[in-house]
Ligand binder design. Structure first.
Ligand code: SF4
Length: 700
């Protein structure tokens, strides 16, 4: 009776980039339960286990409820007032900056907070506090796609709408275990009435590969050989759209010459895929009228992820599969607001997808924000890995980490943890005081979580969706937005942010900043419009608004106009490179990492808090090994085994399964142990960590 709801409102889910709508059932304005929204255009009444359990982590016992300070290293964290916390925060950062310069401090942001907050953080840190370096955990998931799109299309622009899953007749999934990583997107494929060919390119026999009509189990990190070999077969058979290519692209001839060298023999040797298999795949793509290509972390988290993503983009371009329903070169993002971060974190771009080095862009941003243009840096700051190494080198001495848990999630975890210990001052702003990173902090700032504040997320298909305050943050925890306001006040730069009075005022400021950019959403007048329309995809200029009520599923490039100055897309390619840590006699196994189940999320900071979700995945930390390898090494199912890399040795339960091929092991990334093993190598263009390949051995 007490919990009988008296109202319902729609809120976008705060876990993954799908951006499902959840009906939050309210009693006296506060959430008492939820069900998936049936009329939200993303999920159409569906939710995965994380969505169903989204309210549970808000109630966890280990919520950070008050600011906490560690007075000395190794000492206990002690509760303090916000005033003391702000005094510590400002005096420590200011002292470090005065002594060592603005280059000596940095922030690490996240794809988990709302867009208004990440923009406020980026502006406060860089324009207000003069912090030179900032990056986000989106470097771990989406940086590769950002660079790939920018170079190929002229702007970071995933072109699709989820409707494309239902309209393709050939769906090519590369490095994507959609069934569990993006289960609602998989359900959109299940709704496809065209009996589509579903092609999965993945070294593992994943849940998605099992459900596919064709699976190509390429050898780990042979992607470029495979994709260039496929391009060669398409060209040799004349299965390309020459006219479209000539009109709308550059560098095609050079690309043709490049892929000619990827002979069938070489491709088979490198990828394990035979000429017959390749011909069958090329024929399937050729026969398709609406072919869509999708990729996610299997591509992005690679030592040559950018060129791999571009090899996929090239396939869509050469077959003319872009700008039409059911087509596209489509990167699927990871976190709920990775797309917001890509445009507004003020790290990899100046706010609104602008360029720090472009004086017109700087002048535009300064004018809209009413700040002195000199406050805007003229170049990018350090990337995430450079910040970590900058700490080791003694260059970075103060760090502010928000809503991310690098001491668990960063590649070669121990090196990250050691870096945190070397800092003069570490601030962690988070919902929980118990994350591995928070446990190393000198100061913890307690933050409100999803649904305890207002703002917008931008999902994988560029849809701006609304998050609303439907629950109270515990005790003294504040929304990140209000923490930034507090910091600006204590720092003495509040005047600079007078236009950032509320989340919605900030949203309108961001809409203004987006004007005349490819991501222009200046036609979105405010939260009410986002709510009424079931989210709004960018671009949405004022002239686009009239059509939205009848068509709220929009894709890019319908007029074949790309964002380079000549409006053409570009074929980009390169020679494949060797992985940083190949297997050897001593370390003969390849370790693959990835999502374990749809019930787990990242470092489990939230999903571990739900008893329901915990029941949906194995209780013990496991590693998958092929039955032939298990037999050879006398490993029995569910026995404890030791796995060793050049960085650590861990003990885990053996899951003996043919889902991995001989010579390969797979471990879910959610468990902290996985990144004790991983090797810190990076894509040279995106600086994204290469989580998908390191050499290990099994110690028997
Ligand atoms: Fe939330 Fe993603 Fe699950 Fe949808 S698929 S309910 S957005 S976690």
């Amino acid at each position: 009776e007490k919990c009988q709801p008296d109202a319902t409102t729609n809120v976008v889910c705060g876990f993954c980039s799908t951006g499902c709508g959840l009906n939050i059932h309210l009693k006296d304005g506060k959430a008492v339960g939820l069900t998936p929204s049936t009329d939200y255009p993303v999920n159409l009444g569906m939710a995965c286990p994380k969505g169903w359990e989204a309210l549970t982590p808000l109630e966890a016992d280990d919520r950070a409820t008050t600011p906490m300070i560690r007075k000395q290293r190794g000492g206990e964290l002690e509760p303090v007032s916000w005033e003391s916390a702000m005094s510590s925060f400002c005096s420590n950062f200011k002292n470090i900056q005065q002594e060592h310069g603005d280059e000596s401090v940095a922030f690490i942001s996240t794809g988990q907070i709302v867009t208004e907050e990440m923009a406020f953080l980026g502006a406060l840190a860089k324009f207000g506090m003069g912090i030179r370096h900032g990056d986000g955990n989106t470097r771990q998931c989406m940086a590769t796609s950002v660079v790939a799109y920018k170079q190929s299309f002229g702007f970071d622009a995933p072109p699709y709408t989820y409707q494309d899953f239902e309209e393709s007749d050939v769906i090519v999934l590369i490095g994507s275990n959609l069934c569990i990583a993006h289960p609602i997107m998989w359900q959109r494929i299940e709704r496809n009435k065209h009996n589509p060919e579903i092609i999965v390119v993945d070294p593992r026999k994943t849940e998605t590969a099992v459900a596919a009509t064709q699976h190509f189990p390429i050898l780990p990190k042979s992607d470029l050989y495979f994709l260039y070999g496929l391009a060669r077969v398409l060209i040799e058979n004349g299965w390309v759209d020459e006219q479209w290519i000539a009109q709308h692209t550059n560098e095609y001839e050079a690309f043709c010459s490049h892929v000619q060298t990827f002979t069938a023999e070489q491709v088979e040797q490198q990828s394990g895929i035979t000429a017959e298999q390749m011909l069958k795949l090329a024929e399937t793509i050729h026969r398709g009228e609406r072919v869509s290509f999708w990729w996610t972390m299997g591509v992005n988290q690679s030592h040559e992820g950018v060129r791999t993503a571009q090899a996929i983009i090239n396939l869509a371009l050469m077959t003319g599969n872009i700008g039409r329903p059911g087509t596209g070169a489509n990167s699927i993002t990871g976190q709920c607001n990775a797309m917001g971060s890509r445009l507004f974190s003020n790290t990899t771009n100046l706010l609104g997808g602008h360029d720090f080095a472009n004086s017109e862009h700087r002048a535009k941003v300064a004018k809209i924000l009413e700040i002195d243009e000199d406050r805007i840096p003229r170049e990018l700051g350090m990337a995430y890995d450079q910040i970590v190494e900058g700490i080791h080198a003694g260059k970075i001495k103060g760090l502010w980490v928000l809503a991310t848990n690098g001491s668990h999630s960063w590649i070669h975890q121990e090196r990250y943890k050691e870096a945190m210990e070397k800092l003069d001052y570490l601030v962690v702003q988070d919902m929980y005081s118990t994350t591995e990173t928070a446990q190393q902090a000198d100061l913890i700032l307690p933050a409100a979580g999803w649904a305890e504040k207002d703002g917008v997320f931008i999902n994988s298909e560029r849809r701006i969706g609304l998050v609303k305050k439907v629950a109270e943050a515990p005790a003294e925890a504040l929304s990140d937005f209000n923490i930034f306001k507090l910091i600006s006040h204590y720092w003495g730069c509040a005047e600079m942010f007078k236009k950032w009075s509320t989340p919605e005022a900030t949203f309108k400021l961001l809409a203004e900043l987006s004007q005349d950019q490819p991501c222009d959403f200046s036609g979105v007048t405010g939260y009410r419009m986002v709510d009424d329309l079931g989210g709004v995809q960018w671009p949405c200029k004022p002239s686009d608004v009239a059509g939205l009520a009848s068509d709220n599923q929009r894709r890019l490039f319908t007029y074949n106009l790309f964002y380079h100055t000549d409006s053409k897309a570009k074929f980009i390619f390169a020679e494949p490179t060797e992985v940083a840590e190949p297997t050897s006699k001593e370390y003969p196994f390849v370790l693959l990492t990835g999502r374990g189940t749809s019930a787990q999320w990242h470092t489990e900071t939230r999903t571990k808090k739900s008893a329901v979700l915990r029941k949906l995945y194995p209780a013990s930390i496991y590693i998958e090994i092929h039955p032939d390898d298990a037999e050879r090494l006398a490993i029995t199912p569910n026995s404890l085994i030791k796995v060793k890399s050049r960085r650590a040795t861990i003990e885990v339960t053996a899951s003996v399964t043919p889902s991995v091929f001989p010579g390969q092991l797979f471990m879910p990334m959610h468990y902290a142990k996985a990144n004790q093993l991983t090797q810190a190598s990076f894509d040279p263009y995106s600086r994204q960590p290469s989580y998908k390949f390191c050499a290990v051995e099994i110690v028997v």
